[in-house]
Design a protein around this ligand. Structure first.
Ligand SMILES: Nc1ncnc2c1ncn2[C@@H]1O[C@H](COP(=O)(O)OP(=O)(O)OP(=O)(O)O)[C@@H](O)[C@H]1O
Ligand SMILES: [Mg+2]
Length: 384
């Protein structure tokens, strides 16, 4: 990893592109009739904290298991550290450079952290040398278990067990660490500890690939995300890039017909700077919550307002809209219990056509009836 010759780049050269550590192309896994992962193409670069995000059953663990050679893809290709993972010799080499916690690691309940890690080191092919023992102490310190090395594993809390699993994954000083739901089952303090640990690994130049179904728990540490649903990729990119795509102008109306008429007016105006919009449903629905999110530059808010007022549609509210990554995630995946916002209607086709963002979402005129906690008779306002 170190070199004795200083390498000086010519002053005019562009910064080198980050090394691609992991790439999948059309990765697919079928279990009988069930398509668990479908045409998944991912790319993680050196130093990324890459989060594979998706609801339960979306194919995260299946993907990670394929990346570790625990199961074989039905089709598609995996390249890790620049080599073809299907090649047995490359796979063996690559796996030595990877540390992973994908399946619940098994530790001996009556042995302590140091003894358990000694066993893992032996299985990993490390001989009992002063270096390997120092390595165990280092891994214990990395995960913050130094004060509890005398305790038997069975006395550990869930968070401590999780951290010992990560320590085991670090024993071989991996360049790539793969963690399946590292914050699963942890309390807020445990989640924060795991996040700190991941940040520390990233600062050391380790590439981290993790999965989660709870974006809020990992968004502070991840640099890139891939959002999957039902085994398919629905978005991938740098966190900042993804969020900038969902910035826009939010129009609020007191009645649902206002939102619908605005949608129709914008569709008819066919504005190049406002190519699409989506109806936003807030849960629970409150009066005045009929909202349209227009994907337009925020500085166009005045133009947008003028256009609508010109056709007799007056928004109760016009404001800049920026979503959190969690809202973006929930919107893309169709939301979950507690979803704060979900797109339910998209401009861009003739109003009334089924241009819904997802199959469960209502079209705009009937949106009130579908808002959780409401029934058609609960909703206010007529339908246009
Ligand atoms: N060995 C298997 N045999 C049959 N079906 C499987 C197998 N493993 C996973 N599946 C199915 O593949 C789909 C994806 O499962 P997977 O465990 O990858 O999802 P996940 O995103 O990790 O979910 P969770 O968030 O609940 O961990 C699910 O429908 C699951 O039932
Ligand atoms: Mg899983």
């Amino acid at each position: 990893m170190t070199t004795s010759v200083a390498q000086v780049a010519p002053p005019t050269s562009a910064p080198p592109a980050p090394e691609i550590i992991l790439r999948t192309q059309n990765l697919t896994k079928r279990f009988g009739a069930r398509m668990a992962v479908s045409d998944l193409s991912l790319e993680a670069r050196r130093g990324d904290v890459f989060a594979l995000l998706g609801p339960n059953g979306s194919g995260k663990t299946t993907t990670l298991r394929m990346l570790l050679g625990l199961i074989w893809p039905t089709s598609g290709a995996i390249s890790i550290f620049g080599g073809d993972f299907a090649s047995e010799s490359w796979r063996a080499k690559a796996l030595r450079r990877i540390g992973a916690v994908v399946e619940q690691p098994t530790f001996y309940p009556y042995l302590n952290a140091r003894e358990n890690l000694g066993g893992v080191a032996t299985f990993a092919g490390l001989r009992d040398t002063p270096e390997s023992r120092a390595r165990i102490e280092w891994a214990i310190a990395q995960v913050g278990l130094a004060g509890r090395t005398q305790d038997a594993y069975r006395k550990y809390s869930l968070g401590m067990k999780q951290r010992l699993g990560i320590a085991a994954a670090l024993l071989t000083d991996p360049e790539l660490v793969i963690l399946d739901e590292p914050t699963n089952g942890l309390d807020p303090a445990g989640i924060s500890e795991v996040r700190t640990l991941i940040s520390r690994l990233a600062q050391r130049g380790v590439t981290v690939l993790l999965s989660s179904h709870l974006l809020a728990e990992v968004q502070q540490v991840c640099t890139r995300v891939a959002i999957i649903q039902s085994g398919r990729l629905i978005a991938q990119g740098a966190v900042e890039e993804l969020l900038s795509a969902s910035r826009g102008i939010l129009l609020g109306f007191a009645q649902p017909d206002g939102a619908l008429r605005a949608a129709q007016a914008l569709h008819a105006a066919n504005l190049s700077w406002a190519p699409q919009g989506s109806y936003i449903r807030t849960d629970p629905l409150r009066p005045g919550d009929w909202q349209l999110l227009i994907s337009a530059p925020p500085e166009r808010a005045t133009d947008l307002n003028a256009l609508l007022v010109g056709v007799g549609v007056t928004p109760a509210e016009v404001r800049r809209y920026e979503t959190s990554l969690e809202q973006y995630f929930l919107a893309l995946t169709g939301g979950a219990v507690g979803a704060s916002m979900a797109p339910a209607y998209r401009l861009g086709a003739a109003p009334g056509a089924d241009t819904r963002a997802d199959s469960d979402a209502p079209t705009m005129p009937s949106a009130p009836a579908a808002a959780p906690g409401t029934t058609p008779s609960d909703t206010q306002g007529g339908q246009a």
